[in-house]
Design a protein around this ligand. Structure first.
Ligand SMILES: C[S@@+](CC[C@H](N)C(=O)[O-])C[C@H]1O[C@@H](n2cnc3c(N)ncnc32)[C@H](O)[C@@H]1O
Length: 270
């Protein structure tokens, strides 16, 4: 039964009926993936791990924006074909991501499950990544999720969790939304994920990336923010008038009404 809480609303929105909201979100959020594609020497990192029969697990694959950004912004022509497993509790997401995969990423298994419920036999991956993926995971389930993430990785494999920090837009916005519009379970932060991975026995390096995204188009901003909260029933005008949230949004707006959002993302390397 749906409780209407964060994890439920995430799952409801990652669906065919949520497609319009998803597309509105990516008018601004595509930049998140470009930043990550450019933050490391991905062709080299992947080539180093390649061997016959190598495999990759994409945790919370969403609609496949990260592999698409890698193919768009880096040269993967020297990376051998890799068996690419898609994990997401939303069957819609798995289908969307599968539809955009292209060489060197060769779709293999579809795992329609949460990370917390990933069966132990799915292990030995040369690469495991979770990119802007774990926000809706309830904080009390982070330890279990981190254990599953670490267990899925082969010894010497490459793990990456990319997640916004507590002060970054996605977290600051949702905290203000919860305080001013509707209470709910908070999003998990990069700091919480990093600590959970460390408790799970991983050696974690925290690389930070900062950037801004924005628009002067109120429709674009409204669609983006509604998806940030998984709530398309609240208009931008209502958000601006809400307690706490109104103050946060004013801090992101200039005199001409343009919005710019500040992002800080942790790349947690294992
Ligand atoms: C913003 S998308 C991730 C973006 C994606 N990595 C990409 O490259 O486009 C968030 C995804 O997390 C999934 N998700 C939510 N809770 C999850 C959980 N507990 N375990 C795994 N995936 C989860 C959602 O269903 C959604 O598809």
């Amino acid at each position: 039964m749906s409780t209407g809480d964060t994890a439920d609303r995430s799952l409801q929105h990652w669906s065919e009926s949520g497609r319009t909201g998803m597309e509105a979100f990516y008018a601004l959020a595509t930049e998140d993936y470009r930043q990550l594609a450019l933050a490391a020497d991905w062709p080299e990192l992947l080539r180093e791990r390649a061997h016959d029969g190598w495999s990759l697990l994409d945790v919370a694959c969403g609609s496949g924006k990260f592999p698409t950004a890698l193919r768009t912004h880096t040269d993967l022509s020297g990376v051998p074909a890799v068996a690419y497993d898609l994990l997401d509790p939303s069957a819609f997401s798995v289908r969307e991501a599968r539809g955009v995969l292209a060489p060197p990423f060769v779709p293999r298994h579809e795992l329609v499950t949460t990370l917390q419920d990933l069966p132990a036999e799915h292990a030995g991956y040369d690469v495991v990544w979770a990119v802007h993926a774990l926000y809706a995971l309830p904080p009390e389930e982070l330890d279990l999720a981190a254990e599953r993430f670490v267990a899925a990785l082969a010894p010497g494999g490459l793990g990456l969790v990319a997640q916004a920090t507590a002060s970054s837009h996605y977290l600051a916005f949702y905290d203000a939304f919860r305080a001013g519009v509707r209470d709910a379970t908070p999003y998990s932060t990069a700091e919480q994920v990093r600590d959970a991975l460390t408790r799970a026995g991983a050696d974690v390096r925290d690389q930070r990336v900062t950037y801004r995204t924005g628009s002067g188009d109120r429709d674009v901003v409204e669609g983006f923010l509604q998806r940030c909260a998984f709530d398309d029933s609240v208009s931008l005008t209502e958000m601006e008038a809400a307690p706490v949230l109104g103050g946060y949004l004013a801090s992101c707006r200039d005199a001409d009404g343009r919005y710019d959002f500040d992002h800080e993302v942790s790349l947690l390397w294992l």
